[in-house]
Ligand binder design. Sequence first.
Ligand code: SF4
Length: 199
Amino acid sequence: MNTISKRESAPFLAELENIYADMDAVYDRVARQYAFHCSGCEDNCCLTRFYHHTRAEYFYLRQGFSSLPPDMRKSLKKKAAEVLKKTQRAEEKGLSPRVMCPLNAENLCTLYRFRPMICRLHGMAHELHPPGRNTVYGPGCEAFTKQTEGKNYIPFDRTPFYIRLAKLESDLKQAIEIKEKIKMTVAEMIIHFYERNQI
Ligand code: SF4
């Protein structure tokens, strides 16, 4: 993966922070309207193998990771390697992996401020308006379904955030002159930071 200096990445990461702030605000507003609370559920979404698809998020997570004390980074690197091993073992057995994200520490995200988009949006019922196709509705997680039983759907449209992030990613790819897409879990990103000497 082509990389980018801290100075060059600054405007892109500032825009990513704006997008995150806006999505957090809409998510919080809709969650409040439902009186939905995401805390300490058994079906922890940090056990889900989320893939992240943008370099912008990769570089932002890297920024957060670099700001951690060296001992903590070392221990997270070890945890990330264990996650990859456990994931591989599960796959070899034909199971679908349920392995805790290396950044989850006692049900809190170690890099909460820097967490990727899907970690921010997951859980709540939502809609998406793909261009030229029918609207897609997503149901929300189990805890959400239980907590909101009997309540009407409150519109939560992910489309504007996906569009803004796609535009940011396209600008960033142009700036670093790269075309390939990425698809990485948080554990893979952490290992990748080291493999590419980005930490
Ligand atoms: S990055 Fe944070 S919020 Fe996302 S899965 Fe990992 S621990 Fe959970």
